[in-house]
Design a protein around this ligand. Structure first.
Ligand SMILES: Nc1ncnc2c1ncn2[C@@H]1O[C@H](COP(=O)(O)OP(=O)(O)OP(=O)(O)O)[C@@H](O)[C@H]1O
Ligand SMILES: [Mg+2]
Length: 349
């Protein structure tokens, strides 16, 4: 593995999904990132399932192949755990508390809301800044995840002879990409809805200028799009994937497949937003930002915008980055690379 690769300090952002692994390697700085390698490798069915590593050997093989094919040089990797496995809570902590005291306090607080034995979870925390309702306290974000899930990622990266730089939460990586692009932030006092469409699951995150207001998973994804193609054209799953990627899809693709899929997407986004509205004081959003590989479909954002009567944009993580290789090729895959990009971007912060 290491034979033909010269060293680089860059962090490889690696997003492992149900359908594929996405990799992005950035160099430069947070303000001026440069994409030096990227790639996507499909995973065999069942390798990654229900947001967990199901067959680490298959994933390790695909990851090693992807690193060689993409020409990535970094040896430190950042991976993410699905937010569906993370338990988070914001706690108020006195501003003058020492790091050690904070750790002790957090271990005690964690006992109250983590539904697993404490020795079976990994706990991390980050000081977010002064609490809005108490100037003697800082808000501290506590994140916990079952140790067995984290250990699977640690073993996977070790088996691939790479170094694990950090384990993040996928939604934090996505939020980082969004916040790195000023053009997307709200130009009203309404929050923005980030909607990530994966292969099997989707995730809504509602954010304001500073923080995440709401987060929710739904069982919806590009697998529904594949089902529509299979039904419409009587083809296998692999053939449906080929049709999806074809530069010359069937003549009725837009009306027979894309339109019904966008209608399903509208229903899912609307349903998720209704849950947000009913749990908050908001009854509107500024705009919707889509991510996930299938959101690269031509015209998808415009179709959804028309149906929702709300501004819809597709996240293009490389919009502010210099791309040394073929920009067209990465732009076509860009919405699907968002999480991997956000993981690598953390290495530049
Ligand atoms: N350029 C593209 N245009 C349309 N669809 C695409 C494109 N690239 C990939 N897809 C489709 O998107 C689906 C995979 O989506 P994605 O990569 O977001 O899933 P994943 O991250 O592996 O899954 P999950 O997040 O649910 O674990 C596949 O069905 C794939 O064919
Ligand atoms: Mg995904």
């Amino acid at each position: 593995m290491k034979l033909f690769r010269s060293k680089s300090n860059a962090v490889l952002g690696v997003d492992i999904g149900t359908h594929s692994i996405k990799l992005v390697e950035l160099a430069g700085s947070y303000a001026n990132p440069r994409v030096i390698a990227w790639g996507v490798a499909p995973l065999p069915v069942g390798a990654f399932s229900e947001n967990t590593i199901a067959n680490s050997e298959l994933i390790s093989d695909a990851l090693n192949g992807l690193i060689i094919k993409s020409g990535a040089k970094g040896e430190s990797v950042a991976v993410s755990v699905s937010s569906s496995h993370a338990i988070t809570k914001v706690l108020g902590m006195p501003v003058d508390i020492s790091e050690l005291e904070m750790e002790e306090q957090i271990s005690i607080e964690a006992l109250h809301f983590i539904p697993y034995p404490i020795d079976e979870v990994n706990i991390d925390f980050e000081v977010l800044g002064p609490s809005s309702n108490n100037d003697q306290e800082n808000d501290v974000l506590l994140v916990a995840c079952r140790r067995s899930i984290v250990d699977d990622y640690i073993d996977l990266i070790e088996d691939s002879e790479l170094g694990l730089k950090y384990i993040d939460i996928d939604t934090y990586a996505l939020e980082r990409v969004y916040r790195s692009q000023n053009s997307l932030t709200a130009n009203s006092d309404q929050p923005v809805a980030l909607f990530d469409v994966g292969s099997s699951t989707s995730h809504l995150m509602v954010v304001d200028d500073e923080r995440v207001l709401y987060s929710r998973h739904q069982n919806f994804g590009a697998s529904q799009l594949i089902k529509l193609i299979r039904k419409e054209y009587g083809v296998s799953a692999d053939e449906a994937e080929e049709i999806l990627h074809s530069s010359q899809p069937p003549g009725d693709f837009l009306t027979a497949v894309q339109e019904p899929f966008v209608e399903m997407l509208r229903q899912e986004v609307s349903r998720a937003l209704q849950f947000f509205y009913s749990s908050s004081a908001f009854s509107n959003i500024d705009s919707i930002v889509l991510s996930g590989s299938c959101c690269a479909l031509n015209g998808l954002a415009a179709d959804l915008e028309m149906k929702m009567r709300t501004k819809v944009t597709v996240l293009n993580p490389v919009a502010n980055a210099t791309v040394q290789m073929n920009r067209d090729a990465i732009t076509r895959m860009a919405p699907g690379l968002s999480i991997a990009y956000g993981l690598s971007l953390r290495g530049l912060m």
